[in-house]
Write a protein that binds this ligand. Structure first.
Ligand code: ZN
Length: 391
């Protein structure tokens, strides 16, 4: 039985709104009503909570998340639910568990983990389906992926990749032989297709967008650098209004000035902040797994032995603050990049990423200095800081 909540007094900020002294009613996992507190009456059966010292924002959505808190989803897909329980401490209410280049059996294992559903008494971020980053990638831009598992795109192997079978987003290199058929097949299945780990030229990228690619995975990383005579995939992603780009604002994957440039060019509606976090997120420096590889993690970055980056240890709350620092954008724009924009990329914009009647009650209470004080997922408090809030 769900508690009905009446939250009042907060400043409510979303991609489109900034309301002082707001109130909202949460009922049966969804938002039942929202507006100015002065004009609202709490339902008689609701539990009232004064949240006037907080900023109330939509729950964050991470489209690229490899693992955290000591666990790697590619090495061990069975840890997805356990890790999901930790994500609300960073304001994350929904995410795509990301499986990097791996044998198809591993992908099937990850699909089964989601198919089997949440364990009893689960309270955590909602996995919205998998992000399969591979195996159809270009070995020349392998990043921290295992080339041994990379293969050419093959439409027959993606037949059961659908949102119903827990595949939401697939990153592939569109210049590879067979990519066009796979892009078409996945789009028909309702899966979002992204270009990444790729050597695509500007022209090849444009043809891929024509074929249905709607997203670019971690702009600037694992693609040739932006060259003014050969703009390549990075130039095409920046230039084409049809595509949304993921970006990792940890000041290591991309220089802050180019994060700023990307936001100006794409706007918050087409820039999607992701963490690309790996197993060491929330842990101390040391050695951690990413897929088959051991990764050395220090205070700021995760790298293979040769220095190549291997995911990040960024969390979405810090990404929010970094984005505002790098670009001097408003809180509403920074929020858009991790709420309404990823929801739209996944075609879930009518029920996620915003605070409006009928939407899932995925909410975050931020302190005035933008720390996460509490996160509600589908109407239940999944995490809260007892120093800030008594529940
Ligand atoms: Zn990658």
């Amino acid at each position: 039985m769900h508690t009905t909540w009446y939250l009042s007094g907060a400043r409510l900020v979303t991609a489109h709104a900034d309301i002082a002294n707001a109130a909202l009613v949460v009922e049966n996992a969804r938002i039942a009503a929202v507006g100015g507190a002065a004009a609202m009456t709490p339902p008689a059966h609701a539990r009232a909570l004064d949240v006037s010292k907080f900023i109330l924002v939509p729950g964050f959505i991470d489209l690229q998340f490899n693992g955290g808190f000591g666990h790697d989803f590619t090495a061990q897909p069975e840890t997805i639910w356990q890790v999901a329980q930790e994500l609300p401490r960073h304001g994350v209410a929904a995410f795509l568990p990301t499986i990097i280049t791996a044998p198809f059996e591993k992908i099937q294992r990850a699909q089964s983990v989601l198919q089997n559903g949440a364990p009893e008494n689960f309270r955590g971020a909602t996995p919205l389906g998998l992000h399969l980053e591979g195996p159809f990638l270009n070995p020349q831009k392998r990043g921290a992926h295992n080339v041994a598992y990379m293969r050419l795109p093959d439409a027959s192997s993606v037949r059961d990749w659908t949102p119903q079978n827990f595949v939401r987003l697939v990153t592939l290199a569109p210049e590879l032989d067979g990519a066009r058929e796979v892009i078409r097949a996945l789009c028909e299945n309702g899966v979002v297709v992204s270009a990444g780990h790729s050597m695509a030229t500007f022209e090849e990228a444009q043809r891929a967008f024509d074929a249905g690619i709607a997203y670019g995975t971690h702009l600037f990383n694992a693609m040739p650098p932006l060259d003014h005579r050969a703009p390549g995939l990075a130039g095409a992603l920046l230039n084409d209004a049809r595509v949304t780009v993921g970006i990792i604002p940890d000041a290591i994957h991309v220089h802050p000035a180019l994060v700023d440039l990307a936001l100006r060019q794409k706007t918050a509606a087409h820039l999607n902040v992701v963490t690309d976090a790996m197993a060491a997120l929330g842990m101390t420096p040391g050695k951690y797994l990413l897929g088959d590889f051991t990764v050395q993690v220090d205070e700021t970055s995760a790298r293979l032995e040769d220095g190549r980056l291997a995911g990040s240890i960024l969390n979405l709350r810090d990404a929010l603050v970094n984005l505002m620092r790098f670009t001097r954008c408003a809180l509403s724009d920074a929020l858009a990049t991790m709420t309404t924009t990823p929801a739209r990329v996944l075609h879930l914009e009518n029920e996620r990423g915003d605070i409006a009647p009928g939407y899932f009650a995925d909410l975050v209470l931020l302190t005035a200095d933008l720390r996460v004080a509490a996160t509600m997922v589908q109407g239940q408090w999944a995490w809260y800081d007892a120093q800030e809030l008594a529940l």
